[in-house]
Design a protein around this ligand. Structure first.
Ligand code: SAM
Ligand code: SF4
Length: 472
């Protein structure tokens, strides 16, 4: 099983035993949507042991810190948070309440031994591929009174060991994440994911469809399929064939009540014609696509090992718009990758002007130990990265505002999900994920209704209900 014990003794003794008496579980989640999904699955596997979610760490018999390693000072952030959790653990212990601290996610994977050496009060360290073994780890930590570390990549797939009852994350939710693929074989120069999440693995079609059906039965209407390279999905189908994401999307769209399907994060290299055709054919596939490009310079794209040029990206976008004219794009950008000159940065700005994005995330390049770019020559000075990031973000913000403004006066379908902050207000999401607020009855929550957009706010839209035409 690859379970091994760390030399560092745990400070605490008398961990809770593995009975099923009710206990509090508090999960702190940092990072991407996949971590949000993983946190929910960790809660699922611990539920049979009696663990129920609690809102604060002080009320928790077990605290899980689910970490992200993607950018700056990830480990330092973890140690600082652990310092805070240690005080809580010690206070609870003084009051006779043993508490387990577990560190999960990509920092645990990359720096497991370091965590146990520097924070010996941590009881469990587990990587993203082993959380299906959490109950066993809890039992072992309780028995031995020493720290347990599991950061290997087990031969079995964790998805096959999750309880059937898993999902949705919160009963009554209308939207949910569903991880269908994990890991990455692409090895971009800057990225830790292939090292922390391991090789690309896809879940079987049967297990994805079963989980989606369970979600829909419990009321979910809008599912976001997740994967580090979600459009590289290649799951085994019930017919024994390998299904790609396009084929999976058609099968998901056939589930009655599943009205909205999204997927993230996609790689341009895997955006094939079949998937583009699915955008043409399936109204359930939302017209909003996160398609990271990182840079608009062919030289930098090559250095990043992205496997496509800027013009190839433009061509994919052209085909997508041809298939689905209302499709809007979101993206990720990195400024200041080693070797990036002013000219390369200008090529990125030009690509943004050419493509136009409804929304985007942009980051300063951050050296990740062990990745090829970390040791590359021509690292870009911090002040240059700062200036480029500011210029890029100003342009992206302008485009985001223009996209939101373009919806004013239009009628769009809004899936209402909650009451708004103001009295008599309800809120929902547009197909492009903007929050939309209207004055209306809370009976509309759970329904998709046409709304005429009347006003653009900073990060959301106001609208009024059109004559009620229910799609759902
Ligand atoms: N698989 C996705 C793709 O290929 O675009 C990206 C997944 S990655 C978890 C999310 C984003 O973090 C990347 O798109 C990239 O923009 C950013 N990122 C990753 N490593 C980075 C680094 N070393 N410095 C700055 N940003 C980084
Ligand atoms: Fe990281 Fe995405 Fe590149 Fe994989 S494809 S190495 S996850 S940026």
């Amino acid at each position: 099983m690859g379970l091994r014990r760390a030399g560092a003794p745990a400070v605490m003794t008398g961990l809770p035993s593995s009975s099923t008496a009710p206990r509090g579980l508090h999960v702190i989640t940092w990072g991407c949507q996949m971590n949000v999904y993983d946190s929910a699955r960790m809660s699922d596997v611990l539920r049979p042991l009696g663990y129920q979610p609690v809102d604060t760490p002080d009320a928790a018999d077990m605290i899980i810190l689910n970490t992200c390693h993607i950018r700056d000072r990830a480990a330092e952030k973890v140690f600082s948070e652990l310092g805070r959790l240690r005080k809580i653990k010690e206070a609870r212990e003084t009051a006779g309440q043993p508490t387990i601290i577990a560190v999960a996610g990509c920092v645990a994977q990359a720096e497991g031994q370091e965590i146990l050496a520097r924070a010996p009060y941590v009881d469990i360290v587990l990587g993203p591929q082993t959380y299906h073994r959490l109950p066993e780890m809890v039992a072992r930590a309780a028995r031995a009174g020493g720290a347990v570390i599991e950061t290997d990549f087990p031969a079995e797939q964790k998805f096959d060991f999750l309880p059937d009852t898993a999902a949705p994350q919160t009963p009554g939710n209308l939207t949910a994440f569903l991880t269908i693929q994990e890991g990455c074989d692409k090895f971009c120069s800057f990225c830790v994911v292939p090292y922390t999440r391991g090789a690309e693995v896809s879940r079987s079609v049967t297990s994805v469809l079963a989980e989606a059906r369970r979600m829909v039965e419990s009321g979910v209407q809008d599912i976001s399929l997740l994967g580090q390279n979600v459009n590289a999905y290649h799951g085994t189908g019930p017919d024994g064939e390998v299904w790609d994401l396009a084929r999976l999307a058609y099968a998901l769209a056939a589930i009655p009540g599943l009205n909205r399907i999204r997927y993230a994060t996609s790689h341009p290299r895997d955006m094939d014609d079949a998937l583009i055709a699915a955008h043409r054919d399936l109204p359930e596939l939302m017209p909003y696509l996160h398609l990271p490009v990182q840079s608009g310079s062919d030289k930098i794209l090559r250095a990043m090992n992205r496997g496509h040029t800027a013009d190839e990206y433009r061509e994919i976008v052209r085909k997508l718009h041809e298939a689905r004219p209302d499709l809007a794009l979101s993206s990720d950008f990195i400024v200041g990758h080693p070797g990036e000159t002013d000219e390369d940065f200008e090529a990125t700005m030009q690509l943004v002007r050419d493509v136009t994005f409804a929304q985007a995330y942009s980051f300063k390049y951050s050296q990740r130990p062990g990745t090829p770019a970390a040791g590359a020559p021509l690292q870009v000075p911090e002040d240059v990265k700062d200036a480029r990031l500011q210029a890029l973000q100003a342009l992206l913000r302008e485009q985001q505002d223009a996209f939101n403004q373009s919806l004013v006066g239009q009628t769009v379908p809004v899936l209402f999900t909650s009451e708004g902050r103001k009295a008599g207000q309800i809120s929902g999401r547009s197909p492009w994920l903007q929050p939309v607020h209207v004055t209306g009855s809370r009976d509309l929550i759970g329904r998709e209704v046409p709304v005429r957009i009347t006003e653009r706010l900073t990060n959301s839209l106001n609208g009024i209900l059109e004559e009620e035409k229910v799609y759902a």
